[in-house]
Design a protein around this ligand. Structure first.
Ligand code: GLC
Length: 421
């Protein structure tokens, strides 16, 4: 039977326990949805939880960035506390800023070690709404073995890419690989298509849809031609199904040996090199090709981690964010998952560079990546992007010519803008 003293002692221990350490929190972190995220996000978050006496659950975001944003916005509208740590796409800070906590009181200046342009992107109205987690840029993955077999090289222009893809595709099909494809990319009607189409347009000198001053620039002949040029790939060097491909669909085809070229983000490197990958040791990475008279352009992507204003455990969630974005975790994620670090120093780390030679070789691709017009269009970016990917999808599916599509898109964007963004 417990005495009054024993009861008092137990209560004292409990009180001291609570005062000595942060109370145990139940946290949910939003991780990405690709094949490596459970390993490279969930694992580190859960280890941190165990070490700090918290429970961390992983929320797997939908595969498409567009669906992901729609779900988040529903959660925010309901002031839901279900997700504490939010994965923030590089184009979202201006869109979801009002639902995120200012991390400055928790970061203690840690953001100074990260690329300043990303920190600036994540700083809205003086608030640091996300800590940089990884950065992305569009890359051209190619089959090194097949280019060698046909004595060809990675293409410098989109026309060269089309010619090389045709040649190898015909050769491989004649040799028995009946479904072999020349080029796979992301042409489903979603945010990923805006990224691909921006690369075609910008690399042809056709601008960035809306320029940094907020002017709508898409209605120009170089942009129209770039879209027409891409439409000509569908059903010739790319399968018709690409019109419904997101990142993981393209990777599925490429990694099983079904295509010569793939446009994708860095994460695809670690998976292509995995022990069970049929293309392990056969893949090279090059900058994306240039358009006529233009220069190669890679769309800037990437993710930040932030804390929801509706979290019931803001301090613990912020501590988790600081851990996940630290040099230690970014290094592991770079080596194991080929996620490009946002901490400048890690690009000099021999283990990071040995696992990912492209990170050092193609550093200019990452430092000069082209931003989507999210900064200029702020809260209206999702509408702008939707209008752009719809126009691109119409051209790719031969419902519209490039010239008609960019003219109509220009009108649509001016309507969305009205007097100001
Ligand atoms: C990648 C990029 C992100 C982009 C998305 C589009 O996740 O990091 O910025 O919006 O792809 O599919």
């Amino acid at each position: 039977m417990r005495t009054a003293f024993a009861r008092h002692a137990a209560a004292t221990v409990l009180a001291f326990g609570l005062a000595g350490a942060a109370p145990a929190a139940q946290l949910t972190i939003a991780c990405g949805s690709n094949a490596a995220d459970a390993d490279h996000c969930g694992r580190f978050a859960q280890e941190w939880g165990r070490r700090n006496g918290h429970t961390v659950k992983m929320y797997t975001a939908p595969a498409s960035a567009t669906d992901n944003l729609a779900l988040l916005r529903q959660q925010f509208a309901a002031k839901s506390s279900d997700i504490d740590v939010i994965l923030i796409d590089v184009v979202w800070p201006g869109v979801i800023k009002d639902h995120l906590v200012d991390l400055k009181p928790y970061s203690q200046g840690a953001e100074k070690a990260h690329f300043p342009t990303i920190v600036a992107n994540n700083t809205v109205d003086g608030k640091l709404v996300g800590m940089p987690w990884y950065t992305d840029a569009g890359l051209l993955f190619y089959r090194r073995d097949l280019l060698a077999k046909y004595q060809l090289r990675p293409p410098a222009t989109w026309d060269e890419l089309a010619a090389t893809a045709k040649r190898v595709m015909e050769g491989e099909r004649a040799a028995g690989a009946k479904d072999f494809q020349g080029f796979v990319f992301q042409a489903k009607a979603y945010e990923g298509l805006s990224c691909n189409a921006l690369e075609w347009v910008a690399s042809a000198g056709g601008g960035t849809v809306v320029d940094p001053s907020g002017a709508v620039t898409i209605d120009n002949p170089a942009a129209a031609r770039a879209l027409d040029n891409a439409a000509a790939w569908i059903g010739t060097i790319a399968p018709g199904g690409v019109l419904n491909y997101a990142e993981e669909d393209s990777r599925g085809v490429f990694q099983t040996g079904g295509a010569l070229f793939m446009r994708n983000w860095p994460y695809a490197w670690a998976l292509a090199q995995a022990a069970d990958s049929p293309v392990r040791g056969k893949v090279g990475i090059a900058p994306l090709p240039a358009g006529p008279g233009g220069r190669p352009a890679a769309t800037l992507g990437g993710a930040q981690l932030g804390v929801s204003k509706y979290s019931k455990n803001v301090a613990a969630a912020a501590a988790l964010v600081m851990h996940m974005t630290s040099a230690e975790v970014q290094k592991h994620r770079a080596i194991g998952g080929s996620y490009n670090p946002t901490i400048v120093e890690l690009y000099k780390d021999p283990e990071v560079v040995t696992a990912n030679p492209f990170m050092a070789e193609l550093l200019p691709v990452f430092t000069h990546a082209v931003a989507r017009p999210a900064g200029a269009t702020g809260l209206k970016y999702p509408e702008v992007s939707r209008a752009f990917w719809d126009a691109a999808h119409d051209v790719l599916s031969k419902k519209s010519s490039g010239a008609d599509a960019v003219r109509r898109l220009d009108g649509k964007l001016r309507q969305i803008k009205r007097s100001q963004w």
